[in-house]
Design a protein around this ligand. Structure first.
Ligand code: NAI
Length: 342
């Protein structure tokens, strides 16, 4: 299972020292919003990681039974439960990675942006606790709209004087997972070998797969590029409509989020060959936050990979310019949400 999590976004997948040595299970991961459709399968997948010693489940809904259920699995990590605001601070004590899938999911007819008011408040209050209790942790934001909730999180951390831009991540891994799947299906490739960088943001046209940079190298007709790009941009909506009011992506999201957690833990463990796409503070474009490939290290984002924006096709270059105003507005919405309240 874990082999399939190792993304092929960086250099060829050479085995590094840390992958060859026996892995100590030493990292602690907190999941805030752990009782939800994303939170529960995500907690299960994290519990299966050989790098994890403890999984802390936090939710306003009761997570005691979920933790007991998971603790019956004979993998080494211990699962601890924390229910309700009075236990939030303890859930964050000593954790290396905080993952936030708390909030309402999309319903048919809603865009990610429609979730803003509810989820921005949830993310803001959770981030205040993270700033106070786990300021050095890697923070993974899943709650949508990621294009705005990541700036919300950044502003809260700034206000608390603990903002480290290298450690705040918007989780866009599901876009990368989907892009690889759709391309492999279209081109009849072996799925595990395909990687497609996805840049920009995490909603509608802000999601831009760089199909020209697919590995292994593949050629696409103009029609295929258009079809695959639009399918990826609408993949979330396709699921929301399929689930007919019962929520949005949960299982594939949990899979993608667990892969991002595993990559973060490998980086924290000293693996020098970890690359993922993520929505982070960035100077790649004029926008303050931007999703692109990043190299991860113990300190968080060691570098964004500028070469991804070089040599774009005309289609990609135009799509990049077209997404910027929407992404800019979503980022500003997140920033001003926090400032209006203070
Ligand atoms: P869900 O409704 O099944 O679960 C949400 C959980 O959050 C519930 O257990 C709820 O009790 C909890 N919660 C609400 N307020 C909370 C608070 N203040 N503190 C702690 N927990 C709180 O929703 P689901 O399907 O798990 O989705 C969660 C979020 O993930 C949504 O915002 C959704 O849009 C987002 N999402 C993001 C994706 C991405 O690619 N980044 C993909 C799929 C979903």
């Amino acid at each position: 299972v874990w082999e399939s999590f190792k993304p092929k976004l960086g250099r060829p997948n050479l085995r590094t020292k840390s992958q060859l040595k026996p892995q100590a299970s030493s990292f602690k991961v907190a999941v805030l919003g752990a009782a939800g459709g994303v939170g529960q399968p995500l907690a299960l997948l994290i519990k299966m990681s050989p790098l994890v010693s403890a999984v802390h489940l936090y939710d306003i809904a009761n997570v005691k039974g979920i933790a007991a259920d998971l603790n019956h699995c004979n993998t080494p990590a211990r699962v601890l439960d924390f229910t309700g605001e009075s236990e939030l601070a303890s859930s964050l004590e000593g954790v290396d990675v905080v993952v936030i899938p708390a909030g309402i999911p999309q319903k048919p007819g809603m865009t990610c942006d429609d979730l803003f008011n509810v989820n921005a408040n949830i993310v803001k209050s959770l981030m205040e606790a993270v700033a106070d209790n786990a300021p050095d942790a890697f923070i993974h934001i899943i709650s949508n709209p990621v294009n705005s909730t990541v700036p919300v999180a950044a502003e809260v951390l700034k206000q608390k004087g603990v903002y480290d831009p290298k450690k705040l991540f918007g989780v866009t891994t599901l876009d990368v997972v989907r892009a690889s799947t759709f391309v492999a299906q279209k081109k009849h490739l072996k799925l595990i070998d395909v990687s497609v960088p996805v840049i920009g943001g995490h909603d509608g046209i802000t999601i831009l797969p760089l199909l020209s940079k697919t590995r292994p190298s593949v050629t696409f007709t103009d029609g295929e590029v258009e079809e695959l790009t639009v399918r990826l941009q609408n993949a979330g909506t396709e699921l929301v409509e399929g689930k007919a009011g019962a929520g949005s992506a949960t299982l594939s999201m949990a899979y993608a989020a667990a892969r991002f957690v595993e990559s973060s833990l490998r980086a924290l463990d000293g693996d020098g060959d970890v690359y993922e796409c993520s929505f982070v503070q960035s100077d790649l474009t004029e926008l303050p936050f931007f999703a692109s490939r990043v190299k991860l290290s113990r300190k968080g984002v060691e570098a964004v990979i500028p070469s991804d924006l070089q040599g774009l096709t005309d289609y990609e270059a135009k799509a990049l310019e077209a997404l910027k105003p929407e992404l800019k507005a979503s980022i500003e919405k997140g920033v001003s949400f926090v400032h209006k309240q203070t």
